[in-house]
Design a binder for this molecule. Sequence first.
Ligand SMILES: [Ca+2]
Length: 339
Amino acid sequence: MAEFFHNITLQDILLGVFGILFGIPLLVFGVMLLLYQAGLIKPPAKKPEPTLSITTSDNSSSTVFKQFWIQGLLLVLLSLMLVFGLRGLSSAITNPNGMVLIPAGTFIMGSSDEEIMWAAETFYSESLDFYRDETPAHPVTLDAFFIDKTEVTVGNFKDYMAETGQDPPRYFDSEKFKATSQPVVGVTWKQADQFCAWAGKRLPTEAEWEKAARGTDTRMYPWGKKPEEKLGNFRGKSDGFRYVAPVGSFPESKSPYGVLDLAGNVWEWTDSWYGPHPGNTVKSDLYGERFKVMKGGSWFSNLDLARITVRGKALPNQKMNYIGFRCARSASVKTGALN
Ligand SMILES: [Ca+2]
């Protein structure tokens, strides 16, 4: 429940106001009609306002009111169904419980040789080898899915612990990392995986995370091509935060789909093992089912590591104060994604 309130959006509020503005007057109208019908309120002396057509030729007041009552009630019911149905449908499709819909389709995953050259030159790296696991840039086609709009927070994790009796992650009592609006850190891959399962979700794959951040062009960052120190929580204080920032602190950094916190704040666990991209020719002992890929860089990273295509890696049992996560969910109806 707490998670629901954390995730209420402007759209939810506007739709709520819309529902109240239309729903309440209609409800009052319906109740008054019922009272008329029951004889608890005196009907007007004259014929009712001709706003609703009365087709009968019988002018006796009881028949007129009976029809008036039925038409009015139908109108109220239909209006309420429309208002709340639209609200629920819209909310469920675009933002179920703080999630964002990423439409099905193809995007470009990974970096081209030119792009890693650009990164090496921009960030004064001594070696191109560091970047080679991002290559080649290759098309990937995904089904539609939902992804959390922000990183999972300490507050979310408290709800989970309260309901399941799970142990707190490392750093849960640390002054720097304990605020409820901050992303939870110090979680192992398994803890992240179990939280998502509890929430009826799952960890995103590396490809899903990358698409949610990148959209269908080949941008380097969720906001575009340029490194911008002020658009996320990276190493140093110039962004306003020395350690983690409350989730959603950088609304201008949103991805093409409106997802926040992707670059910086905390690295995010994905479901994927650290293996080679299709067509990658690098020989690496690190490839295989040993490391899980994490994405996005953190409050402890520079802007180089916050590039969308960077492939961070960590052992699944690592508990670091710069690693957190967010969850995803398939959008096919058979998985119940629209509830
Ligand atoms: Ca992040």
